[in-house]
Design a protein around this ligand. Sequence first.
Ligand code: WTA
Length: 663
Amino acid sequence: MPAASDRDPSTGIDPLSSETRTFPPSSDFVEHAVARPWLYEEAARDRLAFWRARAEVLSWATPFTEVLDWSEAPFAKWFADGELNAAYNAVDRHVEAGHGDQVALLAEYEDGSDASYTYAQVKDEISRLANVLTDLGVSTGDRVAIYMPMIPEAVFAMLACARIGAPHSVVFGGFSADALRSRIEDAEAKAVITADGQFRRGRALPLKPAVDEALATGAPSVQKVLVVRRTGGDVAWTEGRDVWWHEARESASTEHQPVPVPAEHPLFILYTSGTTGKPKGIVHSTGGYLTQAAYTHRVVFDLKPAADVYWCTADVGWITGHSYVVYGPMVNRTTQVIYEGTPDTPHQGRWWEIIEKYGVTQFYSSPTAIRTAMKWGEDIPGKYDLSSLRLLGSVGESINPEAWMWYRRVIGGDRCPIVDTWWQTETGAIMISPLPGITSTKPGSAQVPLPGISAEVLNDTGEPVGDGEGGYLALTEPWPSMLRGIWGDPQRYRDTYWSRFPGRYFAGDGARKDEDGDIWLLGRVDDVMNVSGHRLSTTEIESALVSHEWVAEAAVVGASDETTGQAVVAFVILRSGTEQAVEEAGGEEGAIEVLRQHVGREIGPIAKPKRILLVTELPKTRSGKIMRRLLRDVAENREVGDTQTLADSSVMDLIQQGMTGRR
Ligand code: WTA
C-alpha cells in the first residue's frame, strides 16, 4: 500500500480521526428509497441482466442481443450488436413522446441576461447544425473539435456531432492554442466549432485567435471552422475555412434524420492528463456510455423529469460536463440550468442567486467551490432563498469533512443529503457514491460502489484489504461506460490501467476501507495532481517549463492547499548565462512571473504554478530519478523526510538554505 510519506492525499483527510458521525437517509426520499434498494439485490443476483435492464431504458434503432463481450479484455464491447443515436435519445424521443414544450436548458449568462430552450427547440437547433456540419463535409466517423464557452451552443455542438455520429473532442476553453493544437492533431479533427470570444469576469475575452494560432502552426486535418458570435467585435477571418454559425444556421433545415450507429461507435474523445507529458485521448462508446450516464444520473440525483430544476456547475470541457450536463440529464429529460460565468461575477453570491432565481432542486459542484464559498463567508449564501434545494452533490476530489458539514448546513439547510461521487474521465460515469434515501451518509467518504459496479481496495500484491486498511482503488469488473481505450494508443491503455493488477482496472487513487467497509479516497498515487478538481500532470508542466530558454531543469509537485486541494509548486534550475536576461526581467521575482506566464501560454492558466522556487540543485536518486516526495516536504513546509536514497544528501540543505535565503 502507498506509504503515507510517498503519497500526497490532496485533502489531508485522515478517515480514522475525522468526523465519525453519520446522517441517516432523509425521509424526503421515501419514494426513491422504496424504488431503489432492490437495485443492489438485482445487480448482485445477475450483473449482466441488471445492465441489460438499464440499457433497455434507451431507445434502440436496432435492439441488442448480447450484453457484454469481454473476450478481448481489456477491450470491452457492450450491447455491441445494437444500434442507436445519442442525440435522438437525449432530445428527439422526448419531443416524440409529447414533452417538446418542457424546458431543457435555462441558460444564465454572466451579465444576468438569460435564455431558455425547450426540448423541441433544442431538437430544431441540433437538426439545423447537423445539416450545417454535413454541408461542411463532416460525415459519420469524422472527429470534430469543440472549443467553446459554457453557452447553449456548446451543448448543441456536441449533440449535433452525436446526431451524425461524428465523435466530438471538446477542449476546455481555458486551454492554450498549443494545447488545442496538440489535441486537434492527435484526433485529426476535420472541423473545429468555436466562438469569437467569451465573457469572463465582466470582460470579453477572445477565443477564436487561439484556434487561428493553433491552425497556423499545425493541425492540417482541419478544413472548416464554425464560429458562434458571442462577444461581437472584430475577428480575423480565413475565407473558405471560417463560417459564421448564425449565417449557416439561417438557411439550414430543421429536418434531420439522426444517424443510428453501432453501440460501440465512439461518441467522443476527451483528453485528460496522465503521468507522462502527452495527454491521453480517452475514448467513450455510444451505447454503454449513454446507458450508465443516464442510469447514474437518475439514481444518484433522484431525478424527476419535469418536476426538478437541476444544476451541475461543471464546464463541458470536462467529463462532468459531458456526463452530467449533456448526456445523462438530457437522456433523463431534465430541466437544467447552465451558467456561462464565474461564481464571483459580478458578486460573490452569484451562484446562490441563480439557485434562488430558478428554484434549483439538485446542485452538483466541487469541493474547491465549496471551500471558496466557505472562505467568502456564510452570510453571502445566507442572503438567498435556497429552500428549493433537496439534494447536493460533490465531485472532483475528496471533500474534507469540514467542507461537507458546511455544505450540508449552510447550502443544504441541514435538510439535503449530500452525494459524494467518485469517478474519473476514464470511468465515464459515477462509480462510487451514496444513494439518497438509502445510504446513511458519512462526511468525507464516497462510501459504496453503485449497484452494478465492483470496486476493491487492493494491497501491493493485489489482494483485497480488510476493513480498516488502506491500499489502491481498483475496479474489478468491466462496466458499460468504461473507456474503450486511448485514442491511437492501445498499448498505453493496457500499460496505464491494466498492468498494475492484471485483470483489474487500476484507478491511480489511494483508498482506505473503514470499519464499516466504506471507501475513503485518499488522492492520487501517481504523478497526476488535482488542482481545484482539475487533473494536471507534473511531467506536462515540467516539460512546459523546460521548453523556456532560461530553464535547465524543472521538478513539479502538488502541494496541499487549503482551497484548491492541491497547488502546483515548481522547483526550477536556471541555465547558466541567463543572469542578464533575469536581471532585465526584474530579477528573480520578474523571472518567476515570466515562467508562470509561459506555462499559462503552453498549457493554460489553470496550469500556472502557484509558486516557483529557483534552486541550484534537485534531489535525485543514484539512478537519476527526481525525489518529488522530498520536494513536497519542502513545498508543504514540513520537515524533510528520509534522504538516504539521495545520490547527494547535501542537496536538500542547499534547497532549503536557498529558500530561506531568498524569502
Ligand atoms: C479525483 C472527474 C475523491 C480522483 C470526475 C480521480 C475524487 C480523479 C472524487 C478523476 C471524489 C474525483 N473523491 N477523489 N468524489 N471524484 N476524484 O478524470 O483522484 O477529472 O482519480 O474526473 O479525480 O478526475 P477526472
